[in-house]
Design a binder for this molecule. Structure first.
Ligand SMILES: NC(=O)c1ccc[n+]([C@@H]2O[C@H](COP(=O)([O-])OP(=O)(O)OC[C@H]3O[C@@H](n4cnc5c(N)ncnc54)[C@H](OP(=O)(O)O)[C@@H]3O)[C@@H](O)[C@H]2O)c1
Length: 328
């Protein structure tokens, strides 16, 4: 039986954000078509999503791969909306950057073409990243980033930083998605989350946690590199996606970030609340007196969204969930 609000498609349905989003969409009365990669090499266990209490009769999974753009047709057919969440994430920069860009671009444009073909999709919520706004040459002169800022591709290609292929592919793909929407009269809204933190329903540590909470989940390289992070709770991001889908006046890009914080501050909180994790607050890489860059969510707040979760709930959600699942 179809949910009262119609059927929507969520790409990359087994992932951290997508699985949480599917849970919230089902609870809100939508039926969901999730997509997952069929290749045995990538096949993610989707049992954590299909076993959600609200899933029975309302959730169907389809095999689809960004490397095969037309494979999304079946999942999108008959849907009123598409939440495009899947992205080839290679935060360790192991895969050739142009290969990542091609998969992301071909897959995203294929999904948008499937939306046009369906004739039923009213809006696409494309999940971009703050990485598509943040990587600018003159960043030291800037105190605040808003939606007018676009990461500079030539600059990014010239710097060495962890996860740079991710930043480049997110930037190029978001631009292409917005341009496709303009050109073909398809309503495409893009969402730029900062680092997402909080509990998770999958069985592995989410791939972005090393960037969100480097002092707990990051490599030494990352711990030395990252001085500040901007964070948002997983439930606030899923709510934002649904809010943007349902808001008649949503248009263009939206940054969604609840808290800008120095890594030193999170290290201090963690060392007091979770002494067993033995977090050091003395590392020379932890700046104690700087002011973090502000990522402005004003456009989203002006549209009527309100954040529900603060920093402690994000950190506690992530740590406690990791412990409960025996991952920390
Ligand atoms: N986590 C964050 O802090 C953060 C912040 C800003 C933006 N975002 C964006 O949010 C989205 C979700 O990220 P996440 O943190 O939830 O990561 P995730 O758990 O790794 O989810 C990514 C999903 O994309 C799928 N995918 C990767 N390559 C694919 C391909 N070639 N074809 C089809 N599906 C493919 C993955 O499928 P497999 O399971 O088969 O690998 C996975 O389900 C991404 O677009 C990411 O850029 C995340």
């Amino acid at each position: 039986m179809e949910g009262a609000k119609g059927t929507v498609c969520v790409t990359g349905g087994a992932g951290y954000l997508a699985s949480w989003l599917i849970m919230r969409l089902l609870q809100r009365g939508y039926s969901v078509h999730g997509t997952f990669r069929s290749d045995q090499k990538f096949k993610e266990d989707i049992s954590h999503v299909v076993s959600l209490p609200e899933a029975s009769g309302k959730l169907k999974f389809f095999e689809a791969d960004l490397g095969n753009p037309e494979s999304f047709d079946a999942a999108i057919n008959g849907c009123v909306g598409v939440f495009h969440v899947a992205h080839p994430i290679d935060l360790e920069d192991k895969i050739d950057i142009d290969k990542i860009i091609k998969i992301s671009m071909d897959g995203t444009l294929g999904i948008l073409k499937s939306c046009l073909k369906s004739k039923t999709v009213k809006r696409v919520i494309h999940t971009s990243s703050i990485a598509a706004a943040l990587m600018i040459n003159n960043r030291n002169d800037v105190q605040e980033i808003d939606e007018s800022s676009w990461s500079e591709v030539d600059f990014m290609r010239s710097v060495k930083a962890p996860g740079i292929s991710y930043c480049i592919s997110k930037t190029i793909t978001e631009r292409a998605a917005l341009e496709f929407g303009e050109k073909h009269g398809l309503d495409v809204v893009t969402l730029l989350p900062s680092s997402i933190l909080g509990p998770f329903i999958g069985s592995n540590i989410p791939v972005g946690f090393p960037f969100a909470l480097p002092v707990v989940f990051g490599t030494e390289e990352l711990r030395n590199f990252l001085k500040e992070s901007s964070l948002v709770h997983i439930d606030d991001i899923a709510s934002t996606q649904i809010f943007l889908f349902e808001s008649p006046n949503a248009k263009g890009r939206y940054i969604c970030s609840a808290k800008d914080v120095l890594v030193h501050e999170t290290a201090k909180y963690l060392s007091i609340k979770y002494p067993e994790l033995q977090i050091s607050t003395q590392s020379p890489s932890l700046m104690q007196d700087a002011k973090p860059l502000h990522l402005s969510s004003k456009k989203l707040l002006d549209l009527g969204f309100t954040f529900k979760y603060g920093l402690e709930e994000m950190i506690d959600g992530a740590i406690q969930c990791s412990k409960e699942k025996g991952l920390l």
